[in-house]
Design a protein around this ligand. Structure first.
Ligand SMILES: [Zn+2]
Ligand SMILES: [Zn+2]
Length: 299
């Protein structure tokens, strides 16, 4: 509140308010840029820049799922060290994209193990070689293929791989006792997704992956997704996942009909909304449209 009064009274604000977005003002005033929301006594969500992070302050150690960028993961590490003296047991990556793994490097020498799906590790290594930034990576030292589970005190963490989707290496990370799932970028809440065909993404398979999630988890499961549109929560329900699956289906149906009607890729990319999924709006519609066009044209 003091800060609010400061804004209200300061000449800076009076002079500049009309020209500055809230975000710029917040940055000017050096507000903490990150947020933590606890979902249970021990499991929380960290958001700042990049894919959502989930962490668990266990009785024996700390577990972190995804790492955003180096600056952000350092913010998280500093905050978790204030809340617990216990060691960092495990860092999990839901998939290889930089907004989830670039921050791994902050855990170098700090965390015992780094774990991801085997394709996520391979993708991370391939992209880092291409970008010549291998020195800025901390790669997983553990991988799995289908399912991986381990007990951490009273909590059991399971990772599930159901096939190609947003990439070919995305995991659902299930905190079984708390019944919380980090979906990584397998779910975008009301926001057009990145579909990374260069890393084996496939929309048809993605829909099947979400079907498997619907039968693996239950109505009480709390889902934390990688990204949400402005004004939408990153904590979602089974219904939101069904809505995202419907959006992916409707994208394929729309693009297929356009191709059959003889439309070119450029004409298809002019669409501003996916018919049957109007809640997905804003920037980035060209990404799923392009991916659907390429997938339906080339398989
Ligand atoms: Zn992401
Ligand atoms: Zn991603």
């Amino acid at each position: 509140m003091q800060r609010r009064n400061f804004i209200r009274n300061s000449s800076l604000a009076l002079a500049g308010l009309a020209f500055l977005s809230n975000k710029t003002l917040a940055q000017l005033l050096a507000d903490p840029t990150w947020k933590i929301k606890m979902l249970t006594d021990t499991i929380g969500v960290f958001t700042e820049k990049g894919g959502t992070i989930v962490f668990m302050i266990g009785k024996e150690g700390l577990t972190v799922v995804d790492a955003q960028f180096p600056e952000q993961s350092q913010h998280l590490i500093d905050e978790l060290k204030k809340r617990s003296q216990l060691p960092f047991e495990l860092l999990i990556n839901t998939h290889h994209h930089g907004d989830h793994t670039a921050g791994n490097i902050s855990f170098k020498g700090l965390v015992k193990n780094v774990l991801a799906h085997e394709n996520s590790k391979a993708n991370q290594e391939r992209v880092a070689k291409e970008k010549k930034n291998e020195d800025q990576q901390l790669y997983p030292n553990q991988t799995y293929a289908d399912t991986w589970c381990q007990l951490f005190g009273k909590e059991e963490i399971c990772m599930h791989y159901f096939g190609a989707a947003h990439t070919n290496g995305d995991s659902f990370v299930h905190f079984k006792k708390a019944n919380i799932v980090h979906t990584g970028d397998l779910v975008f809440n009301r926001r057009h997704p990145f579909v990374d065909r260069s890393a084996g993404a496939n929309i048809k398979s993605w829909i099947k992956v979400l079907d498997k999630a619907a039968t693996t988890f239950n109505n009480k499961t709390i889902f934390v997704c990688g990204h949400a549109a402005d004004g939408y929560d990153i904590v979602v329900t089974k219904d939101d996942i069904a809505a995202f699956s419907n959006y992916l289906s409707k994208t394929l149906i729309f693009v297929d009909a356009q191709i059959k009607a003889g439309k070119t890729k450029e004409e298809i990319l002019k669409a501003t909304e996916i018919p049957g999924a109007p809640e997905w709006k804003g920037d980035g519609i060209e990404r799923p449209l392009t991916a659907a066009f390429e997938e339906l044209s080339n398989g």
